[in-house]
Design a protein around this ligand. Structure first.
Ligand code: NAG
Ligand code: NAG
Ligand code: NAG
Length: 622
């Protein structure tokens, strides 16, 4: 359809290797390199301003600081919208509105009263850019413009993303989350009528999930629906169920308690329905939609992702549309690993806290080392592993790390403390300002529950965490010495105030303490705010640490930069604490290069082996 418009719209973004060869201060030369051989628009010069033997050397803009979008965008150029007419090979670079980086652009088809236009998400920045990856609370807007970049309008401001034009071309739907505060929380879905210019909420923010189906904002919601927790809508979310081109059925996935599910929203009938299980048996994420087919991946903690093909049919099954899922490949089970979702006891009254316990079920050649007496589950070593964020969730999705640890004989306890996504907006906010107390209590309680059910060895319980859960680990090491036999902390937050000065998301440091933060005019660190950050930071407890502690750091981490952990490491070493530190060059916050994943897994296992007094050497050498 878009091809028929003889147009292509794309970013001359920052990724193309081509761009790296252009001098980083000369925006126009990107176009030359990226579109070599094409005619350039007259209004932009294709050459450097400075012509000479070494073009650009004298350019005053050469070393000018132009901040990027932080973690995972390090050194990337500002995104630019360009419209290419593929018939004439003409390219037009559009001017972005002042203080806005454009992204997620698509065409809005011409309507009777309106020519073809462009819609895009505008990422706003004032004095500085704030990192955007893993953050759904950024000031953004849904913008439209003419094909020449003229007549720019901001249709909707807030923290918005994923604009999608409805099949009729008459409206947009997009996702919206509260600006500021927690970096991720419950989202709503907005319907914007392009004809009338009226925006309405079609799936609202859910504060507290209700057991029974309910109608809110005119949409019927299924029982138990906890609200929307999704990063982006699928590229094409529209399911075409019958021969009627008029159907407007949106398909997407979202977190629902401890799992990912596929949800369907019929825009015409205003019915939201669930199309994959929420019974704790698997996790499903939608990959793409084409016609009446959908492709998703399904997995469990013991079974790697398998592709499933969904076929949608109008039906008599009670819902308006049925999706039948077929396995496109035979699921491969990871033998001898099992799992269960651990609910909080009613006495704990922590509605929003839940855990997933993944464990080896039978002894085999790989479990012998850490769990030699496999007939006794209470002698199984236990790894307590809360998630990062803090506003994120462990779902039943397969994780190589977790399955690998279980195959080595460990029980692995994935802790979703209060503040996790998938349990309603109240659960997200319940944790704000309490990160140095509430999470700490819940993590210990979660471990104690496994000890009490005699499924893990209290004498052989270790800790694994990263980012926020690296923070809670370092706090536990200082506050409750002896609570764990060893700690492995991946890019932990060690000093909140230090992080505030270095992180690409300084707002996190204010927001998680429940303090106000203004994106347009970031606050200066005052002595009283510093005192609050200091009090909640593991760095102040450095002299209390006595349990073995391994720090795994990414040298290029922009989110939680390593200097705070390095300084912690030097202090621990000076105090004679059993600390080790690894620094992975050119690796960012998730430590997710192949080499960093390999080395961090092996280092983690070796560190636990030493801390649990396992022999290293001889036939059992790790
Ligand atoms: C694209 O270029 C072709 C060939 O020059 C021209 O006929 C057409 O009108 C252009 N399309 C638009 C939308 O400008
Ligand atoms: C994650 O935590 C939430 C509450 O914060 C809970 O409802 C959910 O079931 C948990 N999921 C898992 C897999 O533990
Ligand atoms: C699972 O455990 C059984 C019993 O200990 C063992 O014989 C089998 O080899 C194990 N399977 C795998 C795939 O490790």
């Amino acid at each position: 359809m878009l091809c028929r418009a003889a147009f292509a719209l794309y970013y001359v973004a920052t990724y193309a290797g081509l761009l790296l060869r252009s001098p980083p201060w000369a925006a126009a030369s990107d176009i030359v390199l990226a579109t070599r051989g094409m005619q350039l628009p007259n209004e932009r010069s294709a050459t450097d301003d400075i012509v000479g033997g070494v073009a650009g050397v004298a350019d005053p803009r050469r070393y000018q600081l132009d901040s990027d979008w932080g973690e995972t965008f390090g050194g990337k150029r500002p995104p630019t919208l360009a419209v290419v007419n593929v018939s004439s090979a003409r390219i037009r670079v559009l001017d972005a509105p002042h203080g806005v980086s454009p992204g997620q652009a698509r065409f809005i088809p011409a309507r009777s009263d309106c020519a073809q236009r462009i819609v895009f998400t505008g990422y706003k920045h004032a004095a500085r850019k704030h990192g955007i990856v893993y953050c759904q609370n950024r000031p953004t807007g849904i913008f439209t413009s003419g094909l020449d970049g003229d007549d720019v309008k901001c249709l909707y401001s807030g923290s918005v993303r994923s604009p999608r034009v409805t099949p009729s071309g008459q409206a947009l739907v997009f996702v919206s989350t509260l600006v500021g505060g927690p970096h991720a929380s419950t989202s709503k879905l907005v319907y914007y009528d392009l004809g009338t210019g009226v925006a309405s909420t079609i799936v609202p923010i859910i504060n507290q999930p209700q057991e029974l189906p309910q109608v809110l904002e005119g949409t019927r919601l299924p029982g138990g629906f906890p609200g929307l927790y999704l990063d982006q809508l699928p590229d094409n979310p529209w399911l075409q169920v019958d021969s009627s081109p008029q159907s407007e059925i949106l398909l997407f996935s979202s977190i629902w308690r401890s799992t990912n599910v596929v949800l369907m929203l019929d825009i015409r009938t205003r019915v939201l329905s669930l199309h994959t299980p929420v019974d704790g048996t698997s996790s499903s994420s939608l990959l793409c939609v084409a016609g009446n087919f959908a492709v998703a991946k399904m997995s469990t903690p013991a079974q790697p992702e398998a592709l499933v093909l969904g076929c949608a049919t109008p039906s008599a099954c009670g819902k308006e549309v049925c999706i039948t899922w077929h396995h496109a490949q035979k699921p491969v089970a990871n033998a001898n690993v099992s799992w269960r979702v651990v609910q909080p006891s009613s006495a704990e009254k922590r509605q929003s806290m839940e855990c997933i316990f993944v464990y080896p079920t039978a002894p085999d050649h790989s479990t012998r080392y850490f769990w030699p007496d496999a007939s006794s589950p209470d002698l199984r070593p236990l790894i307590v592993m809360p998630h990062g964020g803090p506003h994120s969730t462990y779902t039943l999705d397969y994780s190589t790390l977790v399955a690998g640890l279980a195959k080595l004989g460990f029980g692995v306890l994935l802790v979703n403390f209060t503040g996790s996504l998938g349990f309603g907006q109240h659960a997200v906010h319940a944790q704000i300002g309490k990160m140095d107390t509430m999470s700490i209590d819940e993590i210990q309680q979660a471990a104690a529950n496994i000890h009490a059910s005699r499924e893990g060895d209290a004498q052989a319980t270790v800790y694994l965490g990263g980012s926020y859960s690296g923070y809670t680990g370092a706090l536990l090491a200082g506050l409750v010495p002896g609570a764990f036999r060893a700690y492995v902390l991946r890019n932990p937050v060690i000093g909140i105030a230090e992080n505030a000065a270095m992180s690409d998301i300084p707002d996190w440091c204010w927001a998680e303490l429940g303090l106000p933060y203004d994106f347009e005019s970031p606050p200066v660190l005052s002595p009283d705010v510093y005192a609050k950050m200091w009090h909640a930071s593991p760095s102040r407890l450095v002299s209390k640490v006595r349990d073995p502690l391994l720090l795994l750091l990414g040298a290029s981490d922009r989110r939680v930069p390593p200097p705070q952990s390095m300084s912690y490491y030097y202090h621990l070493k000076a105090a004679g604490a059993p600390v080790e530190c690894k620094m992975y060059p050119s690796v960012g916050h998730p430590l997710d290069t192949v080499e960093a994943e390999r080395d961090s897994f092996v280092s983690t296992i070796r560190f636990y082996a030493a801390a649990l007094n396992k022999r290293t050497g001889g036939e059992q050498e790790l």
